[in-house]
Write a protein that binds this ligand. Structure first.
Ligand code: ZN
Ligand code: ZN
Length: 339
């Protein structure tokens, strides 16, 4: 099944984390965290419509200026989603420049700050020198963006400061079994779109649809389609080692096709990880295993391991790929260590 998006990290894994997600079929892309993004070419920068910021430590937000400069003349607005202080941080960036010559520029920046159960909306328009406009508050129920065929969700974690984690999920795919369609004598036509819509909207099985002037119920027509799950990507970084964070992450990233997660420290440096509010590679491996993710992609390694020629990936992967037998024993050892 063709995915509706593809994803890759902008930098190598000892450098700033930033995940670029290209939305296929639309000239559009998402960016999860905006660390140093100089490696993105101008064409890729122009595609970015939505930026999802976990928190505004410099390694996750310094690329904002690069993006701002690239998009000043763009008609399509830029949306920025982030934790409770994101609006102040965007405003701070914008106020650090002089804007008397941009009144003709079209760019509009819309900011969505997530603060517990609220999403606070603000905007900044080039035409009025990026002065902050407060646009009100809406409810935050876990979903921050729903634009079929995908949904972006967020949860709030702790990194001494609030830190968001994100997932992007595709809707399930509905494919018509053409051979079966022919066998049953059904024509190809607009009714197939009605059928797909009824399935997506989860209509009752006895709902009636017309095919070539005859009535059929939805349950009967469902036989001619195959339904496959869409892909799920999750992105988690800069998280304190706490039972609450770990429980929330496991629940949030469950069954992801790809789970991007930090492995800033190695287990031998767990004391440092606790002091700096980061996970270790081993704990990330355990989270991925317990959440049943298909692929774990670790990132955001402390640069000191490059100098030491050490690779946190190996530690994370060993933990992730443990056999079920080992899983039981090691799990309780971890629990002791965690508590
Ligand atoms: Zn970081
Ligand atoms: Zn951080």
């Amino acid at each position: 099944m063709k995915p509706s998006f593809i994803h890759s990290l902008v930098n190598d894994r000892y450098e700033d984390p930033s995940l670029f997600v290209r939305i296929l079929r639309e000239k559009r892309a998402f960016l999860f965290d905006i660390g140093k993004i100089d490696r993105l070419n101008p064409g890729d920068l122009q595609k970015i419509t939505d930026v999802f910021v976990t928190h505004t430590h410099i390694d996750h937000f310094i690329g904002f200026d690069t993006l701002l400069r690239a998009l000043l003349r763009r008609e399509i607005p830029l949306r920025v989603f982030g934790p409770s202080n994101i609006t102040d941080c965007v405003e701070g960036k914008l106020r650090s420049y002089t804007w008397n010559l941009i009144k003709e520029y079209p760019l509009k920046i819309e900011v969505f700050a997530i603060d517990r159960d609220r999403m606070i909306l603000s905007s900044f328009h080039a035409e009025n020198c990026f002065k902050r406009i407060d646009n009100g508050i809406s409810e935050f129920n876990g979903i921050i963006l729903k634009e079929p065929p995908f949904t972006v969700k967020a949860i709030q974690l702790d990194h001494q400061v609030p830190c968001l984690a994100f997932s992007i999920e595709e809707e399930f795919h509905i494919n018509v079994n053409k051979a079966l369609l022919k066998e049953m004598g059904f024509p190809v036509g607009p009714w197939l779109s009605d059928l797909k819509r009824a399935i997506r909207e989860d209509r009752p099985g006895d709902m009636e649809l017309m095919v070539s002037g005859k009535r059929y119920i939805l349950d009967e027509l469902k036989k001619i389609v195959n339904i496959t799950n869409g892909q799920k990507i999750s992105y988690v970084t800069d998280v304190s080692i706490s039972d609450e964070n770990i429980r929330k992450i496991i629940e949030f990233v469950r069954n992801s096709d790809t789970f991007y997660c930090e492995a800033y420290f190695m287990d031998k440096d767990i004391d440092r990880a606790l002091k700096r509010f980061h996970l270790t590679a081993k704990i990330t491996g355990r989270i991925a295993r317990e959440a049943g993710v298909k692929n774990l992609l670790v990132m955001h390694f402390s640069p000191k391991y490059r100098a030491l020629n050490e690779n946190p990936e190996q530690e994370a992967m060993e933990e992730f790929r443990q056999s079920t037998f080992l899983k039981q024993g090691r799990h309780s050892a971890h629990q002791t260590q965690m508590n």
